[in-house]
Ligand binder design. Structure first.
Ligand code: NAD
Ligand code: TDX
Length: 338
């Protein structure tokens, strides 16, 4: 089975590649990743010499560079992970989000259609549904109501994927997952930011009152679900993926404090994210009933393993934090007096 995986040098895409090469003997992977700030070849270290794997440093917005990868008609599936993925960055500048997440997805869809790729799996997010109040869950039929430039660009991409199904009967499937955590997550996101700041003796910037809620899922549970949808999901369908694991940001921070043995003073209240979605929570009954998927990694165990990974892989994140990421961090948190 020959698959084009886009964004395979990022957090979730690299987990997908490592899992597939470990688990699926006849898989062949072309990793299309243009290596933005979030991509890192070290995320597939130990796998890049595998003859079943190759990396193409191409943007999903570059139609002409992509076309030869599709032209021999031997590709069985596309899994589209490539995206600008960080909400705070989209608040600073939304244009790259529109270019990659919207235009890039449409270009991939058109090439997959032209060269008769049998399946196109688009990796989306629960953020397209907007924000919940204190109760309720997002189901696949919840209307799209995105609030940030990031989530608006993801929602636009979802609509283009569904349009390809309705207009051309193209075989597409969409997954919408809740917040992921695990190894190799870029340290701009909540959990790796707090863990690595904790290991460096730096404070934890908790936005607003710290009571915004996310539904956390281990990244390995997410990629298992994606594989099930790829191989068994029904064309034209959307599958929500969630962890049944709602946590406020303050509760996440308190759990990390316990694991790392840090005092509560490590948390510093900073100004809130603009347009900060209050609560996400996923109803994932459909994927469970239709495909038999369930999360396997318990939250506290997964979080401990994740902290341990960051403790034993300091070279990985220190290389990131000592580079151009420092400019982003200074810009994002400088005004917060950290
Ligand atoms: P990430 O930011 O860690 O990785 C994104 C990858 O895409 C990087 O390797 C980057 O180099 C690559 N990329 C960016 N623009 C590109 C372009 N134009 N062409 C080719 N490659 C490009 O992201 P992630 O957290 O791994 O998220 C992967 C996907 O999963 C995204 O589509 C995101 O919306 C979705 N998602 C993420 C989460 C989460 O919690 N992280 C949850 C649900 C859905
Ligand atoms: O410094 C911080 N302080 C803080 O309080 C950061 C970076 C975040 N937060 C809060 C904001 C959110 O309520 O923590 C929560 C999680 O924030 P992020 O890690 O930035 O994730 P989120 O905005 O929820 O989006 C993530 O999940 C859905 C991914 O980044 C998206 O790509 C995915 O679609």
């Amino acid at each position: 089975m020959k698959i084009i995986v886009t964004g395979g040098l990022g957090f979730i895409g690299s987990q997908m590649i490592r899992w597939a090469l470990d688990t699926v003997p006849d898989v062949q992977i072309i990793n299309v990743d243009s290596l933005t700030y979030a991509g890192n070849p070290a995320n597939v270290a130990g796998y890049s010499e595998d003859p079943r794997y190759r990396w193409e440093a191409v943007s999903i917005t570059d139609h002409d560079a992509l076309e030869p990868l599709f032209a021999d008609r031997s590709v069985d599936a596309v899994i589209n992970f490539a995206a600008e993925s960080h909400v705070d960055r989209s608040i600073m500048s939304g244009a790259p989000f529109v270019t990659t997440n919207v235009l890039g997805t449409q270009i991939l869809l058109e090439l997959a259609r032209k060269y008769h790729v049998p399946r196109f799996l688009h990796v989306s997010t629960d953020e397209v549904y907007g924000s919940l109040g204190a109760t309720g869950l997002f189901s696949e039929t919840t209307p799209l109501n995105p609030n940030s430039p990031y989530s608006a660009s993801k929602a636009a991409a979802d609509m283009l994927v569904l349009a390809a199904f309705r207009t051309h009967q193209q075989d597409v499937v969409i997954t919408r997952c809740s917040n992921n955590y695990g190894p190799y997550q870029f340290p701009e996101k909540l959990i790796p930011l707090f863990v690595t700041n904790g290991l460096e003796g730096q404070p934890w910037p908790l936005y607003g009152d710290g009571l915004n809620v996310r539904d956390w899922l281990h990244v390995s549970d997410h990629v298992r679900a994606i594989w099930m949808v790829l191989t068994e999901g029904h064309r034209g369908e959307i599958y929500n993926i969630g962890g049944h694991n709602e946590q406020s940001n303050r509760a996440v921070a308190e759990e990390l404090q316990r694991i790392l043995g840090l005092p509560s003073s490590v948390m510093v209240a900073v100004k809130d994210r603009l347009g900060h979605d209050r609560r996400y929570a996923i109803d994932s009954q459909k994927i469970t009933k239709e495909l038999g998927w369930e999360p396997l990694i318990p939250w506290q165990e997964g979080l401990r393993q994740t902290v341990s990974w960051y403790q034993t892989h300091q070279n990985w994140w220190k290389a990131i934090k000592s580079g151009s990421y420092r400019d982003y961090y200074a810009h994002q948190y400088g005004a917060c007096n950290l």
